[in-house]
Design a protein around this ligand. Structure first.
Ligand code: MD6
Ligand code: FE
Length: 207
């Protein structure tokens, strides 16, 4: 029998939460952020295989991957400078929809060119393992795939568009997800195309 996909509790998709004007403001914030903390191409732990997604971060902590493994750290791995502060508009988004007693201390910036993708994964590096993660999409559409807590669980694919917000809270926080492809030319927000995804996280106290 084919098992049907059931949306996990705690998954929310808020289509076009940000209108075009708000998307432009967020894009400007990202541009300023990556001026201070340039996008870099991270590599996979052990293999050193480069990811197709380029990354940077906002906030006191940033998510980093290198040959040594995954971790959160206070500085950019190439420039050694602190990450730029979280833009105010993102802080208010968190306060408005997270339903969580404390604010985010990390925001990962992912940049996808037309050929980039992100394999199925669970975000599990945070001490605050049950705090929601809030994701904002800007630019070209993405084919986003959501599964269950086990890699082999049934999955559902959906298109995420510029301005969409996704919340992975509750059970969904522990579910596999990834980006299978970008659809070039589906947004005019970024003049040269591509997609930006911002994910706000509560890392929690690191011991
Ligand atoms: C992306 N998003 O949309 C990748 N992670 O480009 C994620 O990996 C993600 O959307 C945690 C929570 C929400 C997400
Ligand atoms: Fe993720």
């Amino acid at each position: 029998m084919v098992r049907d996909f059931q949306f996990p509790d705690g998954f929310r998709l808020l289509p076009e939460y940000f209108d075009r004007a708000a998307q432009k403001i967020l894009l400007q914030c990202v541009r300023e952020g990556v001026k201070a903390a340039p996008l870099y191409r991270p590599v996979m732990p052990r293999t050193g295989q480069p990811l197709s997604v380029r990354m940077s971060n906002f906030g006191p902590l940033g998510w980093i991957t290198s040959k040594e493994g995954y971790r959160y750290g206070p500085t950019h791995p190439v420039t050694d400078q602190p990450w730029p502060p979280l833009p105010e508009r993102l802080g208010t988004l968190w306060a408005d929809i997270a339903d969580w007693p404390c604010g985010p201390d990390a925001c990962l910036i992912n940049f996808y060119d037309m050929n980039a993708r992100l394999g199925l994964h669970v975000d599990a590096g945070e001490n605050a393992a049950n705090a929601p993660i809030i994701s904002i999409s800007l630019g070209d559409q993405a084919l986003y795939r959501l599964g269950g807590p086990n890699r082999r669980d049934p999955t559902r694919s959906m298109r995420l568009s510029s301005g969409d917000v996704v919340v992975l809270g509750g059970d969904a926080r522990h579910c596999y997800h990834g980006v299978d492809r970008i659809f070039p030319g589906t947004s005019q927000l970024l003049p040269k195309g591509g997609r930006i995804n911002l994910t706000m996280r509560v890392v929690g106290r690191t011991l």
